[in-house]
Design a protein around this ligand. Sequence first.
Ligand SMILES: [Zn+2]
Length: 129
Amino acid sequence: MFDQRRIEDYVDEYFYKDAYMKAYRVGIDPVRGQDDWETSSLDPILSPLMKRQPGRAKMLRKKGADEPNPTKLKRKCKTISCSRCHQERHNVKICKSPIKNSKKNVSTINLSFLLVVMSLVIITLVICP
Ligand SMILES: [Zn+2]
């Protein structure tokens, strides 16, 4: 079920016990406590005066210039295209290309003409039987 691989294959030699023993073979000197630190004749250094800034405190970290900001939208420099003539660099509001008659327009014109003719025929039949 599990591969019988050695963990040493995935760890750098720096983290081996032999490397640790070799690095600290001289020994580790203990760090003296704060009571044993040397004192100076100068005044102690005080922490800077903190003044509360106006406004609401920011909860989020300021991100670096190379980090992506998901809340900021990027401006896309995409060329616009017309939905009527499908050419670029203008839209349908300022389109100056002539309207081409499509099959749909022709069929609607023919249908309306047929309706007018039929109504005239019906009117003439009603008036002059
Ligand atoms: Zn157009």
